[in-house]
Ligand binder design. Structure first.
Ligand SMILES: CC(C)(COP(=O)(O)OP(=O)(O)OC[C@H]1O[C@@H](n2cnc3c(N)ncnc32)[C@H](O)[C@@H]1OP(=O)(O)O)[C@@H](O)C(=O)NCCC(=O)NCCS
Length: 172
């Protein structure tokens, strides 16, 4: 099911048949540098199954990022429920295939997810949880209008909590 269309991208629900294309992204070591480990095929299948459960339970999750020009799956981006220090928050997350970094694709998708998140959910804020050394991801959050709130330990790893409030204009 298609969720969002931007100038270069379509975000649609992931399906089990996306496993090979998604594995090209999530099993790449540099892409998964700030995760415990790159994902093997079984873990990619679990990742997709987790998003499909999220679509059913929460109405959203990480969606497949499809490049309109060639219909390829080039990443994921979306809205996930995360528990942060005992509070449920909605996180904007993103991963882009490494050969396409630096073209603004994550920012384009993240901004659309921010707008959809505020339209879908009666929340005052959306967050992104980012390792302090993950400078590209921090930059995407900043371009998405987010600022750093605090540093926390999340799943035993240092993370900055970036947040944006409803109606705050994004940085260009
Ligand atoms: C984070 C990620 C999704 C960004 O994707 P992308 O499509 O390249 O992002 P964009 O092109 O929209 O923006 C990247 C920005 O980071 C900047 N950047 C890249 N490397 C940087 C560095 N070492 N230091 C500072 N800024 C950097 C780029 O210049 C760009 O900013 P600009 O538009 O002001 O020039 C991609 O790097 C990725 O998949 N990383 C691995 C997965 C990951 O860490 N996801 C986030 C988990 S919190």
């Amino acid at each position: 099911m298609q969720i969002i269309e931007t100038s270069r991208l379509i975000l649609r629900e992931l399906t089990p048949s996306d496993a090979d294309a998604l594995a090209r992204i999530l099993s790449e070591p540099e892409t998964m540098r700030y995760y415990p480990a790159p994902l093997d095929c079984a873990k990619v299948e679990e990742w997709i199954a987790r998003q499909i459960r999220r679509y059913a339970v929460d109405g959203h999750g990480l969606w497949a990022m499809i490049l309109k020009s060639n219909r390829e799956l080039v990443g994921d981006c979306g809205l996930t429920v995360q528990e942060v220090e005992g509070t449920k928050e909605i996180e904007i997350g993103y991963h882009v295939r490494r050969d396409l970094w630096g073209q603004g694709l994550a920012t384009e998708a993240a901004r659309a997810c921010r707008d959809l998140g505020f339209a879908l959910r009666s929340v005052d804020r959306l967050i992104s949880l980012i390792h302090p050394e993950n400078l590209p991801s921090r930059r995407v959050a900043e371009k998405n209008g987010m600022t750093v709130e605090k540093e926390i330990l999340w799943h035993d790893l240092r993370h900055l909590v970036y947040s944006v409030r409803r109606n705050r204009s994004p940085q260009k």
